[in-house]
Design a protein around this ligand. Structure first.
Ligand code: FES
Ligand code: FES
Length: 250
């Protein structure tokens, strides 16, 4: 029995010493790492290293007609570069995982989800965002049609919807077929409303402005002028009286 007690005692001592030794090694390691890190001078972005040690990549692309050269972390997606670096906040971030279409922009005329597009891969490409569609004061036909058909409510999805529609109409012109195209051997010359719905189905509108969106895209696609179904309310008597008295109303 005394032998057994001594054996257990020495085993416990052994375990305690081992644990203490392990902790000591771990603490020494930690200390050494901290000391090493304290001596590291993290380079600024201009030296092509991010704070996490990742290399920056130099990318030159054209955004809305303006050439941009940037040193960027290769993990950064286009929506963040547009919004955070170039202050082009028209492009919206919704789900940030390719599900809603709010971040849609055009790259060389083709619609892409900018939340899933690595900016480092866009060297030499031409990017168009909602800010770059109009020509001066002249709205792009799809923008004008969205206003005419009241194709939005809160407007959050609208930049993505419009960029997507512009890209989709170009795809249709190039003869792309869709899931609802009945005869894929014959180029689609005229998009039905179902075709438009299907081709725009990657762009979600939480306000449910779909009827207006389809009508707007259909008008631009078909060239058939549709009537505008809304108008500004006439000014109230008090607003007219205030205007005559030289007071501004809002
Ligand atoms: S934010 Fe890109 S698809 Fe939703
Ligand atoms: S207009 Fe509000 S989400 Fe589409």
């Amino acid at each position: 029995m005394p032998e057994l007690t001594g054996l257990l005692q020495s085993r416990r001592d052994f375990l305690m010493h081992t644990a203490a030794g392990g902790l000591g090694v771990f603490a020494a390691d930690l200390l050494a790492t901290e000391q090493a890190l304290a001596q590291v001078e993290f380079p600024s972005p201009a030296t092509s290293l991010s704070v996490t040690g990742h290399r920056f990549v130099q990318v030159t692309f054209n955004v809305n007609g303006v050439s941009q050269t940037m040193d960027i972390d290769p993990r950064v997606v286009l929506v963040d570069v547009l919004r955070e670096h170039l202050a082009l906040t028209g492009t919206k971030k919704g789900c940030d995982q390719g599900q809603c279409g709010a971040c849609t922009v055009l790259v060389d005329g083709q619609r892409v989800l900018s939340c899933l597009t690595l900016t480092a891969g866009l060297d030499g490409r031409r990017i168009t965002t909602i800010e770059g569609l109009a020509e001066g004061d002249r709205l792009h036909p799809v923008q004008a049609a969205f206003i005419k058909h009241d194709a939005f409510q809160c407007g959050y999805c609208t930049p993505g919807q419009i960029c997507s529609a512009v890209g989709m109409l170009a795809e249709a012109q190039r003869g792309h077929v869709s899931h609802v195209t009945e005869d894929v051997a014959t180029p689609v010359s005229r998009l039905s409303d179902d075709e438009i719905r299907e081709r725009m189905s990657g762009n979600i509108c939480r306000c449910g402005a779909y009827p207006g969106i389809v009508a707007a895209v259909q008008e631009v696609h078909s060239g058939r002028r549709a009537a505008q179904l809304w108008e500004f309310a006439p000014p109230t008597q008090s607003a007219t009286a205030a205007k005559e008295a030289g007071h501004e109303t809002v």
